[in-house]
Ligand binder design. Structure first.
Ligand code: SF4
Ligand code: SF4
Length: 219
């Protein structure tokens, strides 16, 4: 009797397990698909910006990168993935400056820890999300990141004109003030003379003004 009970118990468990499995299958059957059809959808593939595929130097619109060749990223990389060399160049103004010569990056040994990116004082590095990096040999994973021809440095701005000597400037100012005062005085004198000339003449037949001294002598 106990064997029959055990038999039907096992059958019941089997049916319950089957129903549970079919429920999961049915649920996934009606759930929208999230599987990417790669490589058929390569043109429309949406890769997250946070995805770390390959270290790159940032370039501006003129093709310049910000790397100054300080070597901090190389020192901080735990895997020796970065090897860079620098060179001394002469600028258009005659000064010498150390610049980046070659920035070599071995993608095959990079662990994408981001230490290089976060410690770069110039913010010159970033990770691209270009994940298609398959090659046939490991040496092809070693890349020169400053691969673009660098634009020539701009010529130095012309030196500003020297300011005028303060003493000379004061002298010119004093001369200008004296000239203005002289012209003003001449104008005032001319105006006064013109006013005197324009005074009305005594009317004909009118008694001449009596000189009080002559009047006393006549008496
Ligand atoms: S990438 Fe940044 S840290 Fe590395 S050498 Fe250039 S400026 Fe320095
Ligand atoms: S991400 Fe890490 S391992 Fe890769 S180059 Fe930068 S510091 Fe080195």
């Amino acid at each position: 009797m106990s064997n029959i009970i055990q038999y039907f118990s096992e059958v019941g468990k089997g049916i319950k397990s089957l129903v549970t499995g079919m429920a999961v299958t049915g649920k996934e059957f009606v759930t929208p698909k999230i599987t990417e059809q790669y490589p058929e959808n390569r043109a429309t593939l949406d890769i997250s910006d946070r995805f770390r595929a390959e270290l790159t130097l940032k370039y501006d619109s003129e093709g310049r990168h910000k790397c100054i060749g300080c070597g901090i990223c190389q020192m901080n990389c735990p895997n020796g993935t970065i090897q860079l060399t620098t060179k001394m160049v002469e600028l258009p103004d005659g000064k010498k400056k150390r610049k980046l010569d070659k920035y070599m990056y071995d993608l095959g040994s990079c662990t994408f820890c981001m230490l290089c990116v976060t410690t770069c004082p110039q913010g010159a590095l970033e990770f691209s999300n270009d994940f298609e990096q398959a090659v046939f040999t490991r040496d092809k994973l070693v890349k020169q990141l400053n691969y673009r021809p660098e634009p020539a440095d701009a010529a130095p701005a012309p030196a500003p004109k020297p300011a005028m000597d303060p003493e000379k400037l004061a002298q010119i100012k004093a001369e200008a003030l004296a000239k203005a005062a002289r012209i003003k005085a001449e104008k005032e004198a001319a105006a006064k003379a013109a006013a005197e000339n324009a005074a009305p003449a005594p009317a004909e037949g009118a008694a001449a003004p009596v000189n009080e001294d002559n009047k006393a002598n006549n008496q």
